[in-house]
Design a protein around this ligand. Structure first.
Ligand code: ADP
Ligand code: MG
Length: 485
């Protein structure tokens, strides 16, 4: 059923009620749903209790909480039911955990073969036994899950334990799980290849929650792992808050909670924003500073491994309120383990976004055993991002003479270019984005034009490093300060 307004829902339970919900109700967005869940929770005393939660769900919940999960058969820790038929319809929802199978009961005690009619007593006894068996099974399941450790194939919860043990960056695992339980989804703000990103609230603060598509567990795992890398935090890297994964079998919910940036991705921002030269320089500098931090390794026992991003593009860079950027989306990143002199996962060659792929990635000549090669490929993509920024920079004087926003190679390849399209342009013809004549007339644009050309050079070792670009921009900014402001 489609409604033209939101509906009012019962709202109860620890994590379901958004701020401002009153009298135990909340109102959904148009086409939203009411939901009710029942979940097994473990009390402090180690007992298993059932907890009911009710609240509002946004429309198109695409994998976030799966309204159909109650059809999953046995031994399910959580069941959800949804409705949108009328206001407060979820008051009538009574989701029940499916009964545990009766097989733990010895045949002699099973109610089935009871001869003759001794009804009430037998039924009561059987019910009691079933309850005891169910509780025992639940406890057993809980304990087994806790012990699951690193045994493959491990349930999703064990992954989180693996990731957080010993990594040292980010909140402790239990705190992360609590945070994940306390968030309230507000609205969907972006979609990428691996998931959908939501604006959410956590204790009155705005946060971003990436909800991974159920098929993308590996991507959630990788991104969480990277964010928990020691010394990963930097003002130009998206700030990680928490990760959580719950569910079993066909019901899995994987979340990644980070800082929220209302200006969205650089790609979206540049569509409408026009930058003045100081703003362009500050923005370019911040992206390069973020990338230099990722690429850098810091030696020592609590050192930081070098990280290559492998999917640098304007959609994976966020714009902060102060005009600086934060690099995001680490689903494809690789780390270099200096002690073992190796890349931490088996990297496949052709990953990333085709439009931004370096010539050696397109030609499949990138040496995957050489970590520097991944950094050089990042630098090529960064060159393209700098070009996207420069087009939106007006050189002052009032007249906003800028180029319209465009993706790199927008004029020579189709909207969703194939490998072959990109290969023909970037490798065979060795084309690069055009530099407008007006850029030469402005020091900041001219300087960046020179830098981007050295970033997207065909020959990877000739490209500048992130640290080099960062230093050059810092110096330029200092020298030109008087002219620029
Ligand atoms: P994917 O791995 O699916 O590509 P991303 O992490 O790149 O997911 O996020 C997809 C989009 O969601 C981004 O391009 C951006 O528009 C938006 N987005 C992601 N994280 C945030 C955030 N923290 N604040 C604001 N918008 C965000
Ligand atoms: Mg992305």
């Amino acid at each position: 059923m489609r409604l033209t307004r939101g509906i009012v829902c019962e709202c109860s339970g620890a994590s379901a009620c958004p701020d401002g919900s009153n009298n135990g109700t909340c109102t959904t967005q148009v086409n939203g749903y009411c939901f009710a869940t029942v979940e097994e929770v473990e009390t402090d005393a180690g007992l298993v209790e059932l907890e009911r939660t009710a609240g509002c769900l946004p429309p198109d919940e695409s994998g976030f909480m799966q309204c159909k999960s109650s059809q999953v058969p046995h031994r399910h820790p959580k069941v959800i039911e949804c409705c949108n038929s009328s206001d407060l319809c979820n008051r009538r929802l009574q989701p029940r955990l499916p009964a545990y199978p009766a097989d733990p009961l010895p045949p002699a005690l099973s109610p089935a073969p009871a001869p003759g009619p001794q009804p009430a007593l037998l039924v009561a006894a059987a019910l009691c036994l079933a309850l005891v068996a169910a509780l025992a099974a639940a406890l057993l399941l809980c304990r087994r899950r806790r012990r699951a450790g690193k045994r493959p194939p491990s349930p999703p919860a064990a992954h989180l334990a693996e990731i957080s043990s010993g990594s040292g960056s980010g909140l402790p695992l239990l705190v992360q799980r609590t945070v994940a339980k306390q968030i309230q989804m507000v609205e969907s703000i972006g979609k990428g290849r691996y998931g959908e990103v939501w604006l959410a609230r956590w204790r009155g603060e705005r946060v971003a929650v990436k909800v991974f598509f159920t098929t993308e567990e590996a991507s959630w795992f990788r991104e969480t792992e990277i964010y928990q890398t020691v010394l990963m935090r930097h003002e130009n890297v998206l700030g990680f808050i928490a990760a959580d994964i719950k569910g079993t079998g066909s019901w899995t919910q994987m979340l990644l909670i980070t800082d929220y940036h209302e200006r969205g991705s650089l790609h979206d921002y540049l569509q409408t924003a026009v930058l003045d030269p100081p703003a362009l320089l500050a923005m370019a500098y911040s992206v390069v500073a973020g990338l230099a931090h990722l690429h850098m390794d810091i030696f020592g026992t609590k050192g930081k491994p070098a990280i290559a991003h492998r999917d640098i593009k304007s959609k994976n860079i966020l714009v902060k309120r102060n005009g600086q950027c934060a690099i995001a989306d680490f689903g494809l990143a690789v780390r270099f383990v200096a002690e073992r002199d190796e890349v931490d996962i088996a990297p496949n060659t052709r990953v990333g976004t085709r439009r931004y792929m370096a010539p050696e990635v397109l030609a499949e000549t990138l040496q995957v055993t050489d970590f520097e090669a991944f950094k050089m490929a990042d630098m090529y993509s960064l060159g393209l991002v700098l070009w996207e920024m420069c087009r939106r920079c007006g050189a002052g004087g009032g007249a906003q003479h800028v180029e319209s926003y465009a993706l790199p190679y927008h004029d020579v390849v189709p909207a969703d270019p194939s490998f072959d399209d990109m290969h023909a342009v970037v490798v065979v013809q060795r084309m690069r984005p055009p530099v407008p004549a007006r850029w030469a007339r402005h020091p900041a644009l001219a300087a960046l034009a020179a830098l981007m050309a050295e970033c997207w050079h065909h020959n990877p070792p000739v490209r500048l490093t992130a640290l080099r670009v960062k230093k050059t921009l810092a110096k330029f900014h200092k020298d030109c300060d008087v002219k620029l402001v």
